[in-house]
Write a protein of this length. Structure first.
Length: 230
């Protein structure tokens, strides 16, 4: 297995772009620059798919912790390809404590979750209650991705509104969730803003992101700006 991992790393370094690495390091401050190789996302997705198609995904997924940001990205992309819900959810649970940045968290989007929303809803509650920062961020994103349309319930919105954290990346995701909810479920989401149900910073950030969105009507933007906490 060590030889296989070395081959993956060799391939990654053969695709290295130092200018892109420096650019990424500014966007992902939680990852030390020496742990970023500088490989663009399409190439990482392609390499992850090759590993999966070659039947080597179990070996790669078991090789935690990874050293490089790109390996974590590939880990997220491989998980997103797993076709069995239970296997995929288990792999996510194992990986979340090792996720150390917003990009890896947000780009992990398992396709199989779309067909198993009932089971996913139960699993999300467990991730929300877990300790890892990016585990909770991932749970909020899954609620945003899968439960603001046909499977929406105000109960899910309550779960997000009740969260309190000192972590920037959790609060940013809460704000993103409510900005999206204001676009997709305005009648349900607006009372949370009117009632100032979120922490002050998160409340204002949700309003800011909603007002930057093209999906929010000009009339709603006027109303939202009046609700900003000074």
């Amino acid at each position: 297995m060590e030889a296989a991992l070395t081959d993956v790393q060799d391939t990654l370094f053969s695709l290295q772009d130092n200018k892109y690495r420096d650019f990424q390091a500014k966007l992902i401050p939680t990852v030390p620059q020496e742990n970023i190789i500088g490989v663009r996302t399409p190439a990482l997705r392609q390499l992850a798919r090759k590993i999966y198609q070659a039947g080597q995904e179990k070996s790669f997924l078991s090789a935690l912790p990874h050293r490089y940001f790109e390996e974590n990205q590939m880990h997220a992309f491989i998980i997103s390809l797993l076709p069995d819900y239970e296997q995929c959810a288990a792999a996510v649970g194992v990986f979340l404590p090792y996720v150390d940045n917003w990009a890896t968290c947000d780009q992990m989007s398992p396709k199989v979750f779309r067909k198993h929303r009932q089971e996913l809803a139960v699993q999300i509650k467990e991730w929300l209650a877990a300790e890892p920062v990016y585990g909770r961020r991932f749970a909020i994103k899954m609620l945003m991705d899968h439960f603001l349309d046909e499977d929406f319930s105000p109960a899910y919105m309550e779960l997000v509104a009740e969260l309190r954290s000192n972590e920037y990346y959790i609060n940013m995701m809460i704000a993103w969730y409510f900005a999206t909810a204001l676009a997709k479920q305005p009648e349900a989401a607006m009372p949370f803003i009117e009632g100032k149900r979120l922490a002050d910073w998160t409340h204002n950030k949700a309003i800011q992101k909603a007002c930057e969105s093209r999906r929010i009507s000009p009339e709603m933007k006027v109303a939202l700006r009046k609700l900003k906490i000074c």
